[in-house]
Design a protein around this ligand. Structure first.
Ligand code: ATP
Ligand code: MG
Length: 427
């Protein structure tokens, strides 16, 4: 036997057993986004590397350490997307969707970051993202927080905490940046290596440090709130009032700066205590400068991204109700005459019952072994078609998950009986 090839570290298969979780999340998210008038956009998973350098920011973990970059056969530097916003903006500008127009968009798909794989952190992971373009907010910021909150509620997930903050405008941030630089410079010897490196290039990112030894120093650092101008302060007040008016609980976390460079004013994060260190489930905020930075006209924008694997892990640990995708009926059959008729019979049943999930036994074997497979499939009904049934155009229907009795029905009545038995809540 040849040696087996394994998947790449940090890149996971989603096996059929986990699929109900993913399907439930994907369906519910699509429903909720549509309920707010957001339209889906489908984007390539690769872009020119320069898009992420300009769009995400060169002094970010994502671009400095985590980008999957390679040269294609034409010698161009290409990267697998580490997030969806840069591509969404690129597409919006390229297709003229953003000029003098508002857009509400969402996307879902794989993202790639060369991180240290651990629970809740993969190298290929998936995100839902939403982006609204053309509105200054805070009304759409509030809308997106409400939308994420509604999605969690619809899924049946509880126990999430909402943290919000404001990052002000670039000018306000520059003043704050100077204050931070002075503060951290005065404590230069207490900074870890990452923070020393960031001190001159981007001291705000020190606030994003995950090193517990840095926590105390960060806690005493100056706060951006003290450097906000009147408009930013009013925007943030409007955000807080709006969220409160919807009855959504939140806390203000002045240390919430987010890992990406492009945010302005609103930032928020939904956090959980159920997933260990990887506690961020959904992160978002406003990025008013990004569209013009990527060559479009000045366009305010706001969005969020949600980690699919982390939401799936919460759905699983909290045991939320899932879409049922298992076969509902399993057709067992023996005898040459009967088996020859089975493909046509199955197609007739599917014509009559388009919603029916019917698995037809393949590969022969005794009734006993076929019934074992029927039980294992999770189907609630076994449909039995042998030569006796073929002779008089009947079908036996045997409930598998409760004690209702087996019945023999004519083929023409079979669809109605199957539907009635499945509709009856038992089993
Ligand atoms: P973290 O602080 O956990 O690294 P982040 O700030 O890098 O998250 P974003 O870039 O804002 O995350 O991405 C939005 C969401 O995508 C996160 O809240 C998280 O749920 C999810 N996410 C980010 N990176 C990963 C990863 N490597 N594996 C799985 N999910 C991830
Ligand atoms: Mg990260």
């Amino acid at each position: 036997m040849s040696q087996r090839i394994q998947s790449i570290r940090g890149m996971q298969d989603v096996l059929p057993a986990e699929n109900a979780l993913w399907h439930t999340l994907e369906r519910t998210a699509a429903d909720v986004f549509a309920a707010y008038g957001y339209e889906q956009i489908r984007l390539p998973i690769m872009e020119r590397t320069g898009l992420f350098e300009r769009g995400v920011g060169e002094v970010t973990d994502i671009v400095e350490k985590e980008l999957y970059t390679f040269e294609d056969r034409g010698g161009e530097s290409i990267s697998l997307r580490p997030e969806g916003t840069a591509g969404a903006v690129r597409a919006g500008v390229q297709h003229g969707l953003l000029h003098n127009a508002t857009q509400r968009l969402w996307y879902v798909g794989p993202m790639f970051r060369y991180e240290r794989p651990q629970k809740g952190r993969q190298r290929q992971f998936h995100q839902f993202g939403v982006e609204a373009f053309g509105q200054t907010g805070p009304d759409v910021d509030i809308e997106q927080i409400a939308m994420s909150s509604r999605l969690f509620k619809r899924l049946g997930i509880s126990g999430l905490r909402l943290e919000i903050n404001t990052l002000g405008t670039p000018v306000e941030r520059a003043t704050y940046r100077d204050a931070l630089h002075a503060y951290f410079s005065a404590h230069h010897d207490s900074l870890d290596a990452d923070s020393q490196r960031r001190l001159d290039r981007n001291p705000l990112r020190i606030l994003d440090s995950k090193n517990p030894e840095m926590a105390e120093l960060i806690a005493s650092a100056p706060s951006l709130t003290d450097y906000l101008g009147a408009e930013s302060a009013a925007h943030f007040q409007g955000l807080c009032n709006g969220i409160k008016a919807l009855g959504i609980d939140y806390t203000i976390n002045p240390r919430l700066v987010r890992g990406l460079d492009y945010y302005t004013r609103t930032v928020f994060e939904w956090l959980t205590d159920d997933l260990g260190a990887q506690n961020a489930v959904c992160s978002g905020g406003r990025f008013d400068g990004l569209v013009s930075q990527l060559g479009g006209s000045d366009t305010p924008a706001t969005g969020f991204a949600m980690g699919v694997e982390r939401v799936v892990a919460l759905m699983e640990s909290q045991g939320v109700p899932l879409d049922d995708l298992a076969p509902q009926a399993y057709l067992v059959h023996t005898g040459n005459t009967a088996s020859a008729r089975v493909p046509a019979l199955a197609e007739q049943l599917r014509d009559a019952l388009p919603e029916l999930r019917l698995r037809v036994h393949a590969g022969g074997g005794s009734f006993k072994s076929q019934f074992k497979k029927a039980d294992k499939s999770g189907a609630r009904l076994a449909l039995v078609f042998g030569d006796d049934e073929a002779a008089d155009d009947t079908l036996q229907i045997k409930p598998l998950t409760d004690d209702r009795t087996q019945e023999r029905v004519g083929l023409s009545e079979a669809p109605a009986r199957i539907a009635a038995l499945l509709a009856d809540g038992r089993g």
